[in-house]
Design a binder for this molecule. Structure first.
Ligand code: SF4
Length: 482
């Protein structure tokens, strides 16, 4: 599922254009010549491997990065022993950074066996100046380092890698640019993520994202609608609209448009069956959005509504701009207006200053909202964020037991909530053959819960009515209906 772009008119004998995407299209063609020469020299096609760390925004960026590499003549590979290896990194928690440093040692051992190998790093972690300094000093075998704001420049930067000496480093502190018309290699033929905006202006005090992804900027609605129409024409039936906070969509446009209005427009696209979106911040989730979710059957019955903490005192320190009562009122309104809406959330345990009383408030919200599931995290200090400088960092021996208690409570409620649809027929989008039992396929229901049922590869990508026979806690077993 590769969206290639036509570069026949690109003249590589002239000077590189200054405007985008023309400049990158020029370098994709220049790079292609270099890749062809090397392939002849090696007597085989050059391989490229893109590894993605972190969130769906990164996964979507990686599809573009791989698209650019394929356009330039590389062959895609899952194997890190490739001619070109690119890590698209994450830095949301410290362990994400440690994972990359750990894996770099392995890449270095591969490069010692194949000195012609090229190693590159991009993404959120590279937006941290201290990280880039460390790479320059201690990981000199890395050839290319770039960030989040200029991923579209991969062709130009890799061309420089092949034609210049030394490590190429190109980190942009910020940008207001959105470059469209890039090639992309999708992971799934039947579903796709679609960026609607980039960056975040919320500055939650524990979060590094605004510092590495920059200020909010929304794509033009027509660019988004055109991309989705192209995807649908290419066999996609489900899209996931992506943004750090989709509720802020449209504020930077010359003609502002609300996220709810964008959803209405997307829902009009013939052939598109399902719409998902992530992430919606509770502080500005509008009544208009609740109405559109309620009235539009294409919008999936799943909403991820990060809570982070149930304590109003901690929410204030987190700069989340809502308190416990406001969050409960919002969740209550959604559950009343759309009773079959599955709610999931994110919760941080151990935020600086968190007391036992604060933690009990979090448990109280979990018991009141009764989430289908929750991503639970232990607070991770991120240098450069306000929370990292806060006093009263909670000791690990206090945080860990709290984390375990929260997980136990979330799972207890989730196993009660998730079984409620046994006996019903619901439509599943088949995503693949079951990895444990090849006689079964795995499908995703509108409420984002998985169901396994007898089927085969011909079912993949189809929307199939399934009778939910049995609940297994976090998923169902079912039977395909004619
Ligand atoms: S909304 Fe808050 S938690 Fe989410 S990306 Fe923005 S700053 Fe981070």
């Amino acid at each position: 599922m590769y969206t290639k772009i036509n570069l026949d008119k690109t003249d590589i004998n002239s000077e590189p254009p200054t405007g985008e995407p023309a400049r990158q299209q020029y370098f994709m063609e220049r790079l292609k010549r270099v890749v062809e020469e090397k392939s002849q020299e090696y007597g085989r096609p050059l391989t490229a491997c893109v590894q993605t760390f972190g969130c769906q925004m990164n996964a979507k960026d990686s599809e573009k990065l791989l698209g650019i590499l394929l356009q330039a003549g590389f062959t895609a590979s899952e194997d890190e022993a490739s001619d070109f290896v690119l890590y698209n990194t994450c830095t949301v928690r410290d362990n994400a950074n440690q994972r990359v440093y750990g894996r770099l040692g392995y890449l270095n051992s591969l490069k010692q066996k194949n000195p012609r190998m090229t190693i590159a790093l991009c993404g959120c972690m590279m937006q941290e100046p201290s990280v880039v300094e460390k790479i320059r000093k201690s990981y000199r075998f890395v050839d290319l380092v770039f960030g989040t704001h200029n991923i579209f420049r991969l062709a130009e930067l890799l061309y420089r890698c092949y034609t210049e000496k030394g490590m190429v480093v190109d980190i942009w502190e910020k940008t207001d640019q959105i470059v469209e018309e890039l090639p992309a290699r999708r992971k799934y033929p039947f579903k796709s993520g679609v960026n609607i905006m980039y960056g975040c202006n919320n500055f939650c005090s524990y979060c590094i994202v605004p510092y590495v992804r920059g200020r909010e900027r929304s794509r033009e609605p027509e660019e988004i609608l055109t991309e989705i129409r192209t995807l649908v024409a290419d066999g996609v039936v489900e899209v996931m609209l992506l943004g750090q906070n989709v509720n802020s969509y449209g504020k930077t446009l010359a003609e502002p448009m609300t996220f709810a209005e964008l959803l209405r427009q997307v829902a009009k696209i013939d052939g598109l069956e399902r719409i998902r979106f992530m992430t919606s911040h509770p502080k500005d989730l509008s009544d208009e959005l609740i109405e559109v979710m309620r009235d539009c059957p294409k919008i999936c019955r799943h909403l991820h509504l990060p809570l982070q903490s149930g304590s109003s005192r901690i929410l204030k320190k987190m700069n989340r701009v809502y308190d416990k009562e406001q969050y409960l009122a919002l969740a209550g309104k959604i559950q009343r207006e759309i009773p079959d809406m599955s709610l999931t959330t994110d919760i941080i345990v151990g935020f600086p200053g968190e007391t036992e009383e604060d933690f009990e408030e979090t448990l109280d919200v979990v018991r009141q909202v009764r989430y289908d599931s929750a991503f639970t995290f232990i607070y991770s200090k991120r240098t450069g964020t306000p929370a990292a400088a806060m006093e009263d960092q909670v000791p690990e021996e206090v945080v860990k037991p709290r984390f375990d208690r929260l997980l136990k409570e979330v799972q207890r409620i989730s196993s009660e909530v998730c079984g409620k649809d046994v006996g019903k027929t619901m439509t599943a989008l088949v995503e693949g053959v079951d990895t444990h039992d090849g006689r079964l396929v795995t499908g995703r229901l509108s409420n984002n819960i998985m169901v396994h049922f007898p089927g085969d590869v011909s079912d993949i990508g189809r929307l199939i009515p399934v009778l939910l026979m049995e609940s297994k806690g976090f998923y169902y077993m079912g039977r395909k209906l004619p």
